[in-house]
Ligand binder design. Structure first.
Ligand code: TXA
Ligand code: MG
Length: 354
């Protein structure tokens, strides 16, 4: 006999991010305390939250995302002082970073306390902690009264969600509730700094740049997150997996702008002969490409913050249009965090020469 399991619909509740509705927050906090999953906006991307002290609830995150079990989660906290509740031996560098950048798009890694279940940290003796700068997220975490373990609310390997519809597409039927607080402002995930070592190491670049960090704590190391060909044991377990990848093949073309343009022009001709449908993601003004009617060219411009904000939505929109190949221009200097995402999303990277 065939066995049918009914999918439990995921509810979406719109919520005002300047003045979050208390009933919605209370309901979401109650679900978290009851061990259910709730997606919520942060200033970076949407998170998929569970009670960070409840191993069973956290197990649901890994299943909903299809996330490898050795990839640890970030604990989201409601107050700066919470760093002492979940971490120990907090270094001066960590304290300075927290003072300078919390609430905000910065995650610090510190030694963990015993009460944090091993499933949160993938068995590591360190824990990632962040206090997000979003009223909905903060009221939810404070109301829940527990730290909220939350990865980005996408299926593992897909671009992170920057609006509720992205979460809905990836998580429908797998989670109880999505708090829809509109589009996220930063658009790429938090900068991660490992403060359990000295000097601290930037494990993932983000809006808060190396320079901003060094102004506060002095010299830091940078983990070689961009070099895909280097086979070293990843410091941040997440860095070894392919990420941010749309369904279409993504070809990233790096180099000087004129060489990028020439190479993409040539690729367009080649793919069009192969009857492949193309999407182009560019940044340079004046780079016009000859594409067909049902193909699209998105130009996000050269302002890094604007590009970050729209990057993942642009990648997802190509999939919605059903393109086969996404051709992406390399973002010029200053776009470190952007290039980090694009290189991980790429199925192929071409260095263009003129
Ligand atoms: O902006 C953000 O950070 C978003 C929002 C929702 O807060 N969250 C997010 O979480 O990007 P996630 O799970 O997608 O990425 C967390 C990254 C992973 O690459 C993971 O490997 C790394 O943090 N990480 C977590 N704990 C770690 C630890 N103890 N040591 C090293 N890396 C860690
Ligand atoms: Mg993620």
């Amino acid at each position: 006999m065939k066995h049918k399991t009914a999918i439990k619909p995921t509810r979406v509740v719109r919520i005002n991010k300047s003045k979050p509705d208390l009933d919605a927050i209370n309901e979401a906090a109650r679900l978290l305390r009851a061990g259910e999953l709730v997606a919520f906006p942060t200033e970076t991307v949407y998170g998929l939250g569970a009670n960070g002290l409840n191993a069973t609830a956290i197990g649901k995150i890994f299943r909903a995302k299809n996330r490898p079990p050795d990839n640890p989660l970030i604990l989201h906290v409601g107050y700066k002082k919470d760093i002492d509740r979940y971490g120990r031996d907090i270094s001066t560098a960590a304290k300075k970073l927290i003072r300078a950048f919390w609430p905000g798009p910065l995650t610090v890694i510190v030694m963990k306390r015993k009460k944090i279940p091993a499933i949160v940290t993938g068995g590591l003796d360190t824990v990632a902690v962040r206090m997000p700068d979003n009223k909905i997220a903060l009221s939810l975490i404070r109301k829940a009264g527990v730290p909220v373990a939350a990865p980005s609310a996408n299926v593992s390997g897909k671009p992170s969600p920057t609006k509720a519809a992205h979460v809905y597409n990836d998580m429908y039927g797998k989670i109880e509730l999505i708090l829809d607080g509109g589009k996220t402002e930063v658009g790429i995930e938090s900068t991660i700094v490992d403060c359990s070592v000295s000097p601290p190491v930037v494990l993932r670049p983000g809006k808060i740049s190396r320079r901003q960090i060094e102004r506060v704590i002095g010299i830091v190391d940078i983990y070689l997150y961009n070099n895909q060909s280097v086979h070293i044991k990843p410091k941040s377990p997440g860095t070894k997996y392919r990420h941010y990848a749309p369904d279409a093949e993504l070809v990233l073309v790096e180099g000087e702008p004129p060489a990028i343009k020439e190479t993409i022009d040539a690729l367009i001709r080649q793919y069009q002969v192969q009857k492949k449908r193309i999407g182009i993601l560019g940044f340079f003004p004046g780079h016009d490409y000859t594409i067909r009617k049902n193909e699209s060219h998105v130009n996000l411009g050269l302002h890094a913050h604007t590009v970050s904000r729209h990057l993942f939505a642009a990648l997802r929109s190509f999939d919605e249009q059903g393109v086969d190949m996404i051709l992406v221009e390399g973002f010029p200097s200053g776009g470190h965090a952007i290039m980090n995402r694009l290189r991980k999303a790429a199925s192929e990277i071409i260095i263009a020469h003129s």
